[in-house]
Design a protein around this ligand. Sequence first.
Ligand code: CTP
Length: 400
Amino acid sequence: MLEGKNIVLGVSGGIAAYKACALTSKLVQKGANVKVIMTENAQQFVQPLTFQALSRNPVFTDTFDEQDAAKIAHIDLADTADFIILAPATANVLGKVANGIADDMLTTTLLATEAPVYVAPAMNVHMYGHPSVQNNMQRLFEYGYKFIEPGEGFLACGYVGKGRLEEPEKIVSIIEEDLHKPRLLQGKHVLVTAGPTREAIDPVRFFTNHSSGKMGYAIAGQASLFGAKVTLISGPTQLPSPPGVTRIEIESADEMYREVLRHYGQSDIVIKAAAVADYRPKETFDHKMKKKEGSLTVEMERTKDILQTLGEQKKHQFLVGFAAETNDPLRYGKEKLQKKHLNAIVVNDVSKQGAGFQTDTNAVTYLSRTGREVSMPVMSKQDIAKKLLICIREDIKEEE
Ligand code: CTP
């Protein structure tokens, strides 16, 4: 898996820097071309010459020490890397990258790259547990960084606990396993909608529904793990963005309509898991409505059916709708598949136990115009998402 790969190894200043020497050697033995970037602090622990001898490449330590006038070193490293490994990753470097600080060769390269980044943190157990470090790691995780968790054991600072850099053999095998994963949707642009919409009546009140967004977020996250470039257009939810996914936040059905159409042309697969309002108040007040005697009647008007519009404008896209039903789900699902010109529909019997809104599980049937009918019993929304994407991939192949 690693033969011929261009790997940039970023070494930051912790005692575990000595283990990065063994890591370099293992990667080189596997046939990889390893280029090492060291921070100033890392050089307090290990000499650049050690990495130069092990990698048989020059070691990069200074952004302004440009050896080749034809190239800007940090951009060249960022562009040519198949992936970057940051090991050991100190709290300081994690904090800088999570906050967009680029003040040395390593952090400028990390911000400039679009290659996958594997991060192996190593630090004192209390530093590792500090909320600011945890928040920075969470943020990087959401940006798509892949974490190789530190092991537990004896730490150089005298403590026993979590913070020890994972062993070099283990780092190599985790990366090999990750590279080996099926990349079912490599090269595909996937557009997912999720969550509820809010239809305002005045600045403080709105109509909405019970959608939590969990199903759509699980699909977006799994599609990203399958190698797709994912855009998630989301109504208001409490959920963190899945790693590696670009999220666009909207509130109303009308805003969702505009964002979805803006991204439709460049999408290969569109999955509309959002629970979009069918009606909105005909009149919206700029100021908070005052209560009056008697009852209140709010006149509602239809929103645009986004899925219907996408079906009508469809070119190369594989279009998947959702149908939330409470009775005779398959019949209504089949009708919507035809009526909205969809390639597939996911029928959701929301009256069933363990299915539908708010829950972490779901039970659905996937129906497609190729005639595929796959019923998925109650399971986690993550597993449903995986199975749906596999069905979609199979159908795309069949339609090609
Ligand atoms: N949908 C949409 N735009 C709307 C309403 C719904 O794009 N204004 C999409 C949803 O994202 C979902 C699908 O339509 O993928 C089905 O939604 P659902 O509410 O089950 O069905 P409707 O088509 O609205 O039909 P009905 O209300 O008659 O069941």
